[in-house]
Design a protein around this ligand. Sequence first.
Ligand SMILES: Nc1ncnc2c1ncn2[C@@H]1O[C@H](COP(=O)(O)OP(=O)(O)O)[C@@H](O)[C@H]1O
Ligand SMILES: [Mg+2]
Length: 208
Amino acid sequence: MAFVITIAQQKGGAGKTTIAASLAAVFAARSRVAVLDIDPQHSLARWHTLRAARKGAAPVGFSDVSGWRLAREIDRLRGLNDVLIVDSPPQLDTDARLAIRAADLVLVPLQPSPPDFWAAEGTMKLAAAEKRPARILLNRAPAGGKLRLAVEAAIAEAGYPVFAGTLGNRVGFATAFAQGLGITETAPRSTAGREFGSIVAELERLMR
Ligand SMILES: Nc1ncnc2c1ncn2[C@@H]1O[C@H](COP(=O)(O)OP(=O)(O)O)[C@@H](O)[C@H]1O
Ligand SMILES: [Mg+2]
C-alpha cells in the first residue's frame, strides 16, 4: 500500500509541481512511485513525458485521471505503488478535496509572503477538517529578513506543523524539471540538492 503525499496549496506558483517532480525522482530510485496529476494545467504530465523519454531515468508511474473517477484511481494507484504523489490544482475544488482526503500527508509549499500564508491557511484548515496530517514547507525562502520572520511567526501562532528544512530560491529546480529529472538527480551536491535532501530525510521520518 502506497504512502500518499498530496501536494496542495491554493496559491498558484507556490512550487507544488516542482516539488512533486523532485520528490518523485527521489523515490523512483528506490521504490515503486507514481505521480497523479489532477491539475488541468498538466505541467507534471509534461515533466513525466520528458522523463519517460530519457534512457536510464528511474521509472515513475503516471496518471491524470480526475473528476468522478478520482477516488477510485487513488485507491488503484495506492495498491500498485510504495509512494503516490498527487499534484493538485491551485484551488480547493472537489478534486483537491478528494486528494487531501486520501492523503497520508498533505505537503503545503509556501513562499514566505502574507498572501501565500493566507492561501495556505485554507489548505491547512481543509486538511484539519478531513483529519489528515499536513505540514508546511517554506519554498523560495530568503535566508532571513522581516517577511520570512513574519510568516514564520504566523505559522507558529497558528500552530501549523512546518518542515524544519526550507528551500531557497534556486534555479536548479527549473533546470532539472525541464529535463524530466529531479534536483537530486541533476545537482545532488548543489545547495538546492542538499536542501532538498534534508526535506526528504524529514519526510521519511514522517512516513515510517
Ligand atoms: N525553490 C525554488 N527556487 C526557484 N524557483 C522555483 C522554486 N520552486 C518553484 N520554482 C519556480 O516557480 C514557478 C512555479 O512553480 P510550480 O512548481 O509550477 O508551482 P505550482 O505548481 O504551485 O503552481 C516555476 O517556474 C518553478 O520553476
Ligand atoms: Mg502546478
